[in-house]
Design a protein around this ligand. Structure first.
Ligand code: C2E
Ligand code: CA
Ligand code: CA
Length: 406
């Protein structure tokens, strides 16, 4: 008895193909642009084994074929022929490459490698499956480059696993200044990793790895506690309220301990919640809107400040803003680079500043490096600035010292 087809045939003409008995669906040497699933009928896969034409498989409904050439982006090593009038569903290359592109890099690499090995074993003779695959044939530039990336990622992931215990992380703090009077209004906490062998590793390199592996969750607990402790030390200084902002990753939103960890840190270090801010990127909010909104509302109800980070790099959709209890927009550095030279950019930044003011939000320009940029931003109504022009991120002790001498 044959298994029922996944869907009734002819659901979607574009992805369904009918072939007559004896018709060849693909042949040896053709480029593998598509994979197929048998919807109804049967297909025979025919290959050359030991110089002889041989039936390798007969596939019925729901069975997948043609995937090896598609995944490996290679030519076909066997022929597919309809045994009877047959309908197949087509999986186009674009669909597959989109999935592959979104997959975890390690999985992607393993998949490619597995396919290449399977093909190497199949290619000349089925008997070669009994012999270890010829690794020479696995040389492939694309694969080599990918292997490099995957290997680096694996090494980072392994070292990250011990970094917390070995106390290799620290937070550096970069001031945020009010453009009108140059006063510091707060700091952003930025994660630093001193690797025992490689020295300082950029967060732009290891944070994405920690996000993908989930290691950002325990790291996040440490970041929250450390940043809150720092904010409490900064708060002991007389003068206006200074905030400390910390960065949150998407994975941390799935952590049921996120809010309790924040609460516990506030209590442990006796910090008033309005001295803490959370920075979340625009893309994080958009990819997980409902969960973000609920969590952010809880934080807001507690009086914790919220900033949308990298504003203008993601969806640039302003429509969601009023639904979120956001009080600060941090304009991405990319906006700045041509604010001075491109009148269109200037107009956009001015419009954003006006919109934010209308919504009762503060604006912070990130990555300010020159006085010209600072002047231009001030002139168009941006409230605050952060960047190397004022200070590089620095350890807490240095920050406390600079506040003392200010
Ligand atoms: P971000 O949140 O957008 O942080 C701002 C980045 O811009 C920081 O890079 C900062 O050092 C850099 N920056 C500040 N002023 C200037 C400037 O004038 N010019 C230039 N060229 N760059 C400037 P950093 O510290 O390398 O961090 C990179 C990214 O890593 C951060 O981007 C953030 O996405 C992520 N990250 C850093 N710390 C944490 C953390 O504690 N948790 C999470 N989840 N992500 C973090
Ligand atoms: Ca940030
Ligand atoms: Ca940013």
């Amino acid at each position: 008895m044959t298994a029922p087809a996944l869907h009734a045939p002819r659901v979607n003409r574009r992805f369904t193909r009918h072939i007559d008995a004896g018709e060849v669906l693909f042949d040896v040497g053709e480029r593998g642009h598509e994979a197929f699933i048998v919807a109804a009928g049967a297909v025979e896969i025919v290959g050359t084994v030991g110089g002889e034409r041989r039936r390798l498989a007969r596939l019925g409904p729901n069975e997948l074929f043609g995937e090896m050439a598609l995944m490996g982006d290679q030519t076909r090593t066997a022929q597919a022929i309809a045994c009877e009038p047959t309908t197949v569903y087509v999986i186009p290359h674009d669909t597959f490459s989109g999935c592959l592109h979104r997959a975890d890099p390690l999985l992607r690499h393993l998949l490619r490698l597995t396919i290449l090995r399977a093909r190497a074993a199949l290619r000349d003779d089925l008997a070669s499956q009994l012999i270890p695959p010829d690794y020479e044939t696995l040389q492939d530039d694309h694969l080599d480059a990918e292997r490099e990336v995957v290997l680096q990622r694996l090494l980072i992931e392994q070292d990250l696993a011990e970094a917390l215990e070995r106390d290799e992380f620290s937070l550096h703090y970069q001031p945020i200044l009010r453009l009108a009077d140059g006063d510091v209004t707060g700091f952003e906490a930025l994660l630093r990793w001193r690797h025992p062998a490689h020295g300082a590793v950029s967060p732009a390199v290891f944070v994405p790895v920690a996000e993908a592996s989930g290691q950002i969750v325990p790291m996040g607990h440490w970041i929250i506690d450390t940043a809150v402790a720092a904010a409490a030390r900064i708060a002991t200084r007389p003068g206006p309220t200074l905030t400390v902002a910390l960065n949150l990753s998407i994975r941390q939103f799935d952590d049921p301990q996120l809010f309790p960890t924040i609460e516990a840190a506030l209590a442990r270090h006796q910090l008033a919640p309005d001295r803490l801010k959370l920075e979340i990127t625009e893309s994080l909010v958009m990819s997980n809107f409902d969960a973000s909104r609920d969590l952010l509302r809880r934080c807001k109800d507690r009086g914790i400040g919220l900033s949308v980070d990298d504003f203008g790099t993601g969806y640039s959709s302003l429509s969601y803003l009023h639904q979120l209890p956001v009080d600060t927009l941090k304009l991405d550095r990319s906006f700045l680079s041509d604010v001075l030279t491109n009148p269109a950019s200037l107009k956009i930044v001015r419009a954003v500043a006006r919109l934010a003011a209308d919504l009762g939000m503060q604006t912070v320009a990130e990555g300010v490096e020159t006085t010209e940029q600072a002047e231009a931003l001030k002139a168009i109504g941006i409230d605050c600035a952060q960047g190397f022009l004022y200070a590089r991120p620095a350890p807490l002790d240095q920050v406390l010292e600079s506040l003392q001498s200010a």
